[in-house]
Design a binder for this molecule. Sequence first.
Ligand SMILES: C[S@@+](CC[C@H](N)C(=O)[O-])C[C@H]1O[C@@H](n2cnc3c(N)ncnc32)[C@H](O)[C@@H]1O
Length: 396
Amino acid sequence: MQTRRMEFVAPCHFGLEAVIRRELQGLGFSVTGTQDGRVSFAADNGPEGLVRANIHLRSAERVLLLVGRFHAVTWDELFEGIKALPWEEILPTDARFWVTKAVSVRSRLFSPSDIQRIVKKAMVERMKARSGSQVFPETGADYPLRVFLLNDEVSVCLDTTGESLHKRGYRKSNVAAPIAENLAAALLMLTPWRPDRILVDPFCGSGTFVIEAAMMAANIAPGIHRHFTAEQWENLVPPAVWKEARREAYASIDTGVQPDLQGYDIDPQAIEVAKISAREAGVEELVHLQVRDVADLHHRKKYGFILTNPPYGERLGAEDQAALTALYRTLGERYASLADWSMYVITSFPEAERAIGRKADRNRKLYNGMIETRFYQYFGAKPPRRMHASEEGSRE
Ligand SMILES: C[S@@+](CC[C@H](N)C(=O)[O-])C[C@H]1O[C@@H](n2cnc3c(N)ncnc32)[C@H](O)[C@@H]1O
């Protein structure tokens, strides 16, 4: 049981499925399917895979353990399908279990509260029949479930993660409109940026892009500092598996890297928060964070990357709209002054491209939470093949 193959589902931001697929393959998992906002994968050694996915995935929202999949168009079929699953092998008799989320898309069974109620009832029925017990105290570990119906196909999953994976544990203070850490990591992975290339975020706020980049550069696993729901599941995942995975993750940290990562913001408080977060993430020495207006953005070296999330200006008046246009114009001017740089901008400001003053080489629609945004991509020249990072710009 303890090394058996397990199947998982990783929900992610809509439109970023290819990023998580690549990440999963890089971690040695076999990807078994992709749907909008979710990627399925499998591990031959299930417990080890469960732990590795939680600790190492940068772009996923959470890791769900697939318990079963079946077809249901009536409440009876849902009840029987749930009852047919081997809950007594998965849940200890004192487990606290409930459906934390039910989602139905293009399916006949629709009401989330009815799905939640019937699933729980069917599970209790199965547990009663198999354990001989009539009452379940639910005083033990949490086993939250997520149930998805898509085209009448029911997927029943246990949430192994708990608090979303974007919570790495390093962001302790609040700032306005931070980008989610897993979205920031996914966007970084969408660009050709590599740790030996310069990265600047001129609107860095709490520093998410540069901190995520530093963690990648130093090979710091995103989940190294936090806990997960499945750590309580000693019946499914022996504590030694967590311990060994954490030990390995710590041992793999590359303390010798010297990336060129810079975050600027006009707001001193944001920079303060960014510095605290960088310290918490263990990358304080790898990032340069400073108060600076985008109007003063410059860099003497070539071939760098701007990756940024400027103010969006949701629901702004005409005056603010003009200020925002001016801000994006300044960004465009500063970018134009940087030799052979690439720029990636995520924003929902509809005038962004026009104000920047250059049509993006590519742009794609993405959701930042509920906000529809565009990810504008401006491609700069590639550095000559044999040029070492330290030599970049030396020919200016
Ligand atoms: C959407 S937030 C960026 C959030 C950031 N990605 C994070 O994860 O926290 C936009 C940031 O732009 C900053 N900003 C606004 N005007 C600026 C300017 N002229 N120069 C530099 N930063 C500016 C704001 O202070 C704010 O922190």
